[in-house]
Design a protein. Sequence first.
Length: 353
Amino acid sequence: MPHKVRIALDAMGGDVGASVVIPGAAISLSRHPDSEFLLFGDQARIEPELARHPALKAVSKVVHTDVAVKNDDKPSQALRRTRRASSMWMAIDAVKHGEADVAVSAGNTGALMAMGRLNLRTLPGVDRPALAAVWPTLRGDSVVLDLGATIGGDARHLTTLAVMGSAMASVLFNLERPTVGLLNIGEEEVKGHEEIREAAGMLRAMNSRQFAYIGFVEGDGIGKGAADVIVSEGFCGNIALKTAEGTARQMFSFLREAMSSSLLARIGYLFARGAFRKLRDKLDPNKSNGGVLLGLQGVVVKSHGGTNAEGFAYAVDVGYEMAHYDLLTKINQMLNRDGSALVQAQTAPEDVS
């Protein structure tokens, strides 16, 4: 890795584009001064924002394009209409050609996945990429994947997710041997559909030195921090994510309503506002923003489209960490340990009950 971490930003992505992307990048730069930025988007919109952040402007290069992927574009539409010309494509392309170490976008998730897969291709041994993110838990943080990059998945796909998620957890959390659990409807080995039970058998058979498979994890186990890495296919993973985010907003709304319900409650809030501020921060989805598209031959990070500047900064931070600690090398090492960990695992399907 070079000393500087080069970050390509889709400055047109998200609900408001440059007015969030630029100040977000400036916040991240203050935390990681060894960063450099390539900003892809409409120069007329980017330059006024950059002028407000001289430190960021000094380490940034603007590449003009006025073509942006729309939030409601289908992936096929985005590829057909904006391929090679959009700010999203150009940010990913910078990673492909070695001009950047990571690309970050708050744009259309489906389009980002399609463009990443078409332009960067997948790593050897990976059929489909996955969206992985850090999930705050009672025990600390966990990596959860897939959060909706693709729908469905056979046992081999789930096993691949476990390997890639473990690599991400070891990089982010500095863990020598992360624990891995499979999201299921129960902890008993007989529960769940055939694919997840087969994946459990494969993970047990791998007996990996680089992660520890602990078994099935129920939905409430995610928030408890039952494992460092929780694996699910994309349909269930996305539902779990949206449910958790909605529940957090609901809890905060209930709490705010309760704290303003009477004079005594308002007085109580004044005494406890420090604690409530900490709780609000814990429940804020912006503080855990930034999903990594694992499985590509390059690092791509997806930010929430409606995030604020602080939230986008967290997504840029994730991209920095993934590039700085060379996530791709770690994933390749884990995928190809002793020849191929996945090939080894596939030789033991008979272990599945």
